[in-house]
Design a binder for this molecule. Structure first.
Ligand code: ZN
Length: 333
């Protein structure tokens, strides 16, 4: 399938459409591959979690999997501000206590690979949520300053109460240019797959990492087997589906060097995480036809696990239950 008139995505060129319903066609934009800029792709699936519509495609040039067409920037902003927590963070309402006595996966992994920053000044968590990870690091590094980028209004209120400085509510703004901060640790835990332009964000990170700064990044591994009966694997909020090849290319294009990259461990077998630093030399991305075929064939095989009527039923219930509850309340007065 080849698209006509597809623009290279930048954070500011998305189409504006005030329509805020869930109709994909009325809110959608078409984009080129974030890694190789090709517009030659193949449709993988239209089935999304909770019955929300998706168009999952794979780039036939470099093998990156992404949503295309997908919602506009405005539609996603509204979703993260008002709807995301209802679908994905239903218990995201209370201030949790400091959890210094508990374990933290990010801290443990950095410690295991001997990559914990020594006496850091500034730590940034992108997609901070309620600040649960930063709280742990606040306890470890009591002299550091802690910063967040978080779109959820509910999350922002919680972060404010915890003394975490909100740097921006939108990762696509020029937050890295609006201050002179350099960060010794930047955390991106399961957020890169939500972004509209991951490469642009990684380039901003490259710009504001300190010379010895560490980037910790974790995403779901698109080469991890789907869990049968758990629901559709693709989702409207996951605009990208990364594997070790695409992550390596994104790191190269943003001139960062992965000093650790691991496909799962005892903490989480289904994710890839990496620890990266600024690269000293120019790095070149690499791709070939085998990577595209490997990822495509893997999805085709795994999607056979999704052909269960019960998953359809579960998706429909998730999608329409809030509406039915509201209707019932209206009818009963
Ligand atoms: Zn590509």
């Amino acid at each position: 399938m080849k698209m006509q008139c597809v623009e290279r995505l930048t954070p500011h060129i998305q189409t504006v459409n005030e329509n805020t319903n869930l109709n994909m066609r009325k809110n959608s934009i078409e984009i080129a591959c974030n890694i190789c800029e090709s517009i030659d792709y193949e449709l993988i699936s239209r089935r999304g979690q909770f019955g929300l519509p998706v168009n999952v495609v794979i780039c036939k040039n470099c093998g990156l999997t992404y949503l295309n067409p997908r919602w506009s920037k405005e539609r996603y902003q509204l979703f993260y501000k008002q709807e995301y927590d209802r679908y994905y963070r239903p218990n995201f309402r209370k201030i949790k206590p400091i959890i210094s006595n508990k374990k933290n996966i990010i801290y443990d992994r950095l410690n295991f690979y001997d990559k914990l920053p020594v006496a850091p000044s500034n730590i940034l968590d992108i997609g901070t949520g309620d600040g649960i990870n930063l709280e742990y690091f606040m306890d470890v590094y009591s002299n550091a300053n802690f910063y967040a980028i978080e779109p959820s209004s509910q999350g922002q209120r919680l972060l404010d109460k915890k003394g975490i400085v909100l740097l921006a509510d939108d990762v696509d703004t020029d937050w890295e240019q609006n201050n002179n901060l350099k960060f010794d640790l930047i955390i991106m835990r399961h957020v890169l797959e939500h972004f509209l332009d991951p490469l642009a964000v990684l380039k901003k990170i490259q710009n504001c990492l300190s010379d010895d700064g560490i980037l910790y990044l974790a995403v779901p591994n698109a080469l991890t087997p789907f869990k049968p009966l758990q629901g559709f694997w693709f989702r409207v909020v996951h605009t990208y589906y990364f594997n070790k090849y695409s992550l390596r290319n994104l790191m190269a294009l943003s001139r960062m060097n992965s000093i650790v990259m691991k496909e799962g461990d005892d903490y989480n077998p289904t994710e890839i995480f990496l620890i990266a630093k600024l690269a000293k030399n120019e790095l070149k991305p690499e791709w070939n036809n085998d990577i595209y075929r490997l990822q495509r064939d893997f999805f085709v095989e795994q999607m056979k696990n999704e052909n269960y009527p019960i998953i359809y039923l579960k998706s429909m219930i998730n999608l329409y239950l809030p509406w039915l509850v509201k209707l019932k309340k209206q009818i009963l007065g």
